[in-house]
Design a protein around this ligand. Structure first.
Ligand SMILES: CC/C=C\C/C=C\C/C=C\C/C=C\CCCCC(=O)SCCNC(=O)CCNC(=O)[C@H](O)C(C)(C)COP(=O)(O)OP(=O)(O)OC[C@H]1O[C@@H](n2cnc3c(N)ncnc32)[C@H](O)[C@@H]1OP(=O)(O)O
Ligand SMILES: Cc1cc2nc3c(=O)[nH]c(=O)nc-3n(C[C@H](O)[C@H](O)[C@H](O)COP(=O)(O)OP(=O)(O)OC[C@H]3O[C@@H](n4cnc5c(N)ncnc54)[C@H](O)[C@@H]3O)c2cc1C
Length: 670
């Protein structure tokens, strides 16, 4: 036991940089670090937030435990008079998915984004004080990605000044909204607005669905839970629900009227803001999900890295600090490094691009407030594309981390199966990842077609202004070290991205209609979108390094991580880079040489680099990822806690095992 604890301490002593300074870089600022650190400790030390083994709880126990914790979170927020920032850290570290995620993450933002000032004044205090609990009811049984295809209707009745909300078909039943099944009292419901016999498309409506007295559904409302989901703990603590309306009436002023409104006379009036603002809550959440992807991936990487330093297999006998013969740490296998270190680099890359995206979103909101809608298409493309890129990579990365831990990774007590099960739906919710990439490609094709009209591309597409150069430039790498030059990397990624996009644009012209072309070429368009999004991540990592980064050795570590992130992408997408002529086969081989050398450079720092995430053992929830590396005794201890070990002889022995054994013994004696 002592030996293993000493082992991670030895790993930490090898770090060539200041972990404390890196913690601040990871958190984003000294202030963010201090607040999150304080709240993380507060949660970890409060028995009310203890994490029992969720995998062994029944659905009802799990759900009730999540309700208890959510209520306790609210109590502590009020008792401690936490600020909004502190409260969201508290919810984050409690790490139990519950209705509150949708209430705060979607219901409240939908009201803020789509309701008029007057409506906000009425509804926000109720929501902010949790006098009502809300959900976001957009998806239907028959329609998820295709929001324009939603079937629920909201028909204006001029006589009573009300909307009649109705589910005309089974497929129009709302299906999936979190917190809807058993908890929410209200919902922002997306429905087709019909007035004067005309269908004006999908709009948002605030609908009360349960009584605030006895929690029963209101007349005309049928509501329930959609059933168990993948993974034993994970999302099963949330009541994703179904909801059907039978001519439910709501006052006219419960239509969210910032984008458009219906007058007392039933006239549909558009405002001067683009209708896409109705989708504003999705832009907001997608931006948060990018940050969440870096968190989820970094958790998995932290577990796999610490465990890889503890775990020993094969190898020439080494001597430990006490001169005792030991096997090789699995982290020293080059295959382990080539699977693990790019994930560590991706966690940092996603963190920085998430930080930038938060800035982009804040900037968008400021512009919208000043009636400047010019950056909305780019914000939509960036949030959609980066949500897709980072969640797909993080979900794959978490799965890889569990395999990197061998058999023990498959145990619930490793924390990895639940982390995976809880995160993998991020590839689907808030927009299916492929559908979102197709949105990005549409934006890219539009930008390319506008180049011919002389319109200057801005923001993340600014590189497209150099299309003529990027289409024909040659990569200048001659030796492996040249790959450490950020401008060389950037140009290779820009050339690959633009060449894939331009090829798509040219191919699209060969089809009878753009629609047909988009449909036939969609796999190529998705690849072009991925290349563009990867370029954004690469360029934001490089920009981060150009900032003033303090702390002994911190910048050097980030440079190595950035090199690994970029070179590993080249390695993984070599087909693109070679087929577009962005690099040559010789340069590809030099990139691989450089990548190997970066792994060696990083090796002695990896434990300190995952320590910089500053995750408490409580938050990590993993025996394999414990800070002290005391893995084996704790695995043994956890095994004893399994309900099957409550009794020596299992329940069922007398009914099923004993008779079988007896019968077989008798048969043998005959
Ligand atoms: C709550 C969680 C909080 C925090 C998260 C943190 C941790 C996570 C932990 C737990 C998570 C818990 C719960 C998860 C919650 C999940 C909630 C949901 O899933 S809600 C449902 C989300 N649904 C979708 O995302 C549907 C996806 N589909 C769409 O977005 C759209 O329909 C579409 C595919 C973009 C539309 O395509 P279509 O071609 O039909 O487009 P339209 O005609 O509608 O649009 C025309 C025009 O508008 C542009 N546009 C589309 N969307 C947007 C937008 N959001 N903003 C701005 N502009 C948009 C589009 O590109 C077109 O532009 P044009 O080409 O004409 O210029
Ligand atoms: C855990 C979880 C929580 C959720 N929470 C909520 C919530 O709170 N509120 C809410 O309203 N919704 C919620 N959802 C629903 C979620 O937003 C939808 O599942 C999502 O938008 C995808 O839609 P879909 O399920 O209909 O998939 P589909 O659109 O049916 O996708 C199925 C397949 O078809 C492909 N596909 C679809 N369209 C195209 C296309 N045009 N081109 C190419 N391929 C295409 C997709 O790539 C996918 O492979 C949640 C979902 C999950 C899993």
């Amino acid at each position: 036991m002592e030996r293993i604890m000493d082992h991670l301490a030895h790993e930490r002593s090898k770090a060539q940089f200041s972990v404390e300074e890196m913690k601040i870089i990871w958190a984003g600022s000294l202030h963010a670090f201090q607040v999150s650190d304080r709240i993380a400790r507060l949660v970890a030390s409060d028995p009310g937030f203890r994490k029992d083994n969720r995998a062994v709880l029944s659905r009802k126990e799990l759900f009730k435990s999540a309700l208890r914790k959510a209520a306790y979170v609210w109590k502590r927020i009020n008792e401690l008079a936490l600020s909004e920032e502190e409260a969201s850290w508290l919810r984050f570290y409690v790490d139990e998915l519950a209705y509150a995620y949708i209430h705060w993450g979607m219901f409240v933002p939908a009201i803020k984004g789509s309701a008029t000032e007057e409506q906000q004044q009425k509804w926000l205090p109720l929501a902010n004080n949790m006098q009502i609990i809300g959900t976001y009811a957009q998806t239907e049984l028959g329609h998820g990605s295709n929001v324009r295809g939603l079937e629920t209707t909201a028909t204006f009745d001029q006589e009573t000044d009300e909307f009649i909300i109705h589910s005309p078909t089974l497929t129009s039943s709302k299906w999936w909204p979190g917190g809807l099944g058993k908890v929410a009292t209200h919902a922002v419901v997306y429905a087709r607005l019909i007035t004067d016999g005309q269908d004006y498309g999908v709009h948002g409506f605030l609908v009360q669905i349960r009584s605030l007295d006895d929690h029963f559904p209101l007349p005309g409302v049928t509501v329930g839970d959609i059933g168990m989901k993948f993974g034993s703990g994970a999302f099963n603590s949330i009541d994703n629900g179904f909801l059907r309306f039978n001519h439910v009436r709501i006052p006219r002023n419960q239509m969210l009227m910032k984008v458009s409104r219906v007058t007392r006379q039933g006239k549909y009036v558009e405002s001067n803001v683009p209708k896409q603002l109705l989708y504003g809550a999705m832009v907001y959440v997608r931006q948060i999900i990018v940050a969440d992807a870096s968190i989820a991936l970094s958790r998995a990487v932290c577990i796999a890295t610490r465990y890889s330093a503890v775990r020993r297999q094969f190898g020439p006998p080494h001597e430990d600090e006490n001169g005792k013969g030991v096997e090789t740490q699995v982290i020293d296998y080059k295959t382990q490094q080539s699977r693990l270190f790019p994930l560590l680099a991706s966690a940092y890359a996603f963190r920085f691009v998430g930080e930038w995206l938060k800035w982009l979103y804040t900037d968008l909101i400021q512009k919208l407030e000043a009636n400047d809608f010019s950056t909305l298409p780019e914000a939509h493309a960036c949030t959609a594309g980066l949500k897709s890129l980072t969640t797909s990579a993080a979900a794959d990365g978490i799965k890889e981390c569990w395999k990197l831990c061998g058999g023990h990774g498959y145990l619930s007590s490793s924390g990895l199966p639940e982390l995976y099960a809880a995160f993998v739906p991020a590839c689907t919710y808030e927009g299916d990842n492929i559908v979102l990439l197709l949105q990005v490609s549409r934006f890219l094709m539009k930008t390319i077609s506008q180049l011919q009209t002389g319109k200057k591309p801005i923001g993340t597409t600014a590189y497209m202004a150099h299309v003529e150069h990027l289409i024909q430039c040659r990569c200048t790498v001659q030796k492996a070290e040249d790959w450490l030059n950020p401008s060389v990397i950037l140009e290779a990624f820009e050339a690959r991205a633009i060449r894939l996009s331009v090829a798509c644009a040219e191919n699209l012209t060969k089809f009878a209609t753009p629609l047909q072309g988009f449909s036939e070429l969609s796999p190529d368009l998705v690849e072009a979108a991925v290349a563009h999004c990867q370029l954004i991540v690469v360029s934001k990592f490089i920009e981060k390094l150009q900032q003033n980064i303090e702390g002994n050795g911190v910048k050097q570590q980030l440079e190595t991580l950035c090199n690994i992130y970029c070179l590993n992408l080249i390695h993984k997408h070599l087909g693109d880079f070679l087929s577009t002529g962005s690099i040559s086969p010789k340069q590809a081989s030099l990139a691989s040489d450089q990548l190997r050398s970066r792994y060696s450079k990083l090796r002695s720092n990896v434990i300190a680099l995952v320590d910089a995430f500053n995750y408490t053992d409580h938050f990590l929830g993993s025996v394999l990822g414990r800070y002290d590396g005391n893995v084996y005794p704790k695995l043994y201890e956890e095994a004893w806690k399994d309900p099957l070990n409550d009794s020596i002889v299992p329940d069922g022995y007398h009914e099923y095992i004993q008779p079988l054994l007896k019968q077989q013994l008798q048969n043998a004696r005959l």
